[in-house]
Design a protein around this ligand. Structure first.
Ligand code: ZN
Length: 252
């Protein structure tokens, strides 16, 4: 608990509103703010290797790969990184072991690899290697969405059926966005088969969190603020804590 208090103080100095988020997450871990169980999911396998999973966080894109860009020119890679760092800080303060694919604005390809396509391929392979480094990991890849028409908005979770718990995690995360941030969000989680590399080839429960649409001016304006990104981070932490509490052999 003293470690949590120390980390709280540090994070309070750096990120507005995060302390409240951590406290709420802590309450969720202990079931005080628990949610509804996913129907029909009781029979899904529960991790038995370790009492507490390692959480792997991926901030999509980075370096020369900006991802999508908002109408005001804000690049997805920066939003992904900022949200991911807040998620990391909250989970670390709660006592979870967390590893990340990147914590700065870089591609993580090996030095010496020539050509953009080879660098991108190696970058994705290294992200996947971290997702598969542990057999008791829970993996989250953070992205922002875009579409040709600007009216579409709202978070949506993508996953692969290759791991049966990925769909459960995706539904819990989608529910967390509705409960904490977007009560009118009617989007459904989407299984993408082998279309999304990290989801398809991760051996651990894995969800790609598309936090919002940068092609929607109102949602992009929100995502450009630190306050809203902190709320998104808290929403992701809440979902993760609920998943771990309900589907891993024990929580912290
Ligand atoms: Zn992206």
């Amino acid at each position: 608990m003293s470690v949590i208090k120390g980390n709280l103080k540090k994070i309070w100095l750096n990120r507005t509103g995060v302390v409240l988020a951590i406290v709420c997450s802590y309450l969720i871990v202990y079931g005080i703010l628990g949610g509804t169980k996913i129907p029909g999911a009781d029979s899904l396998p529960v991790s038995s290797e370790s009492s507490v999973p390692i959480i792997i966080l991926d901030a999509g894109h980075g370096g020369i790969d900006s991802g999508c860009v908002s109408v005001t020119g804000f690049e997805e890679k920066h939003i992904n990184l900022d949200i991911m760092l807040s998620v990391r800080d909250m989970l670390t303060a709660l006592g979870y072991k967390v590893e990340v694919t990147r914590d700065t604005d870089i591609s993580i390809h090996d030095k010496g690899i020539k050509g953009l396509s080879n660098q991108k391929k190696n970058d994705m392979e290294k992200r996947l290697a971290l997702f598969n480094k542990y057999s008791n990991a829970v993996c989250i890849s953070i992205h922002q969405n875009q579409f040709t028409q600007p009216q579409y908005s709202g978070a949506q979770m993508f996953y692969s059926d290759n791991n049966p718990n990925s769909g459960v995690l995706a539904q819990i995360m989608q529910d967390s966005f509705v409960a904490n941030l977007q009560p009118d969000n009617k989007r459904e989680i989407k299984s993408t088969g082998n279309d999304i590399y990290l989801c398809a080839f991760s051996k651990n429960p894995t969800v790609m969190v598309e936090c919002g649409f940068l092609s929607n001016p109102d949602e992009a304006a929100l995502l450009e603020t630190e306050e809203y990104r902190s709320k998104v981070a808290f929403t992701i932490v809440s979902g993760l804590c609920r998943y771990i509490e309900e589907y891993c052999s024990s929580a912290i």
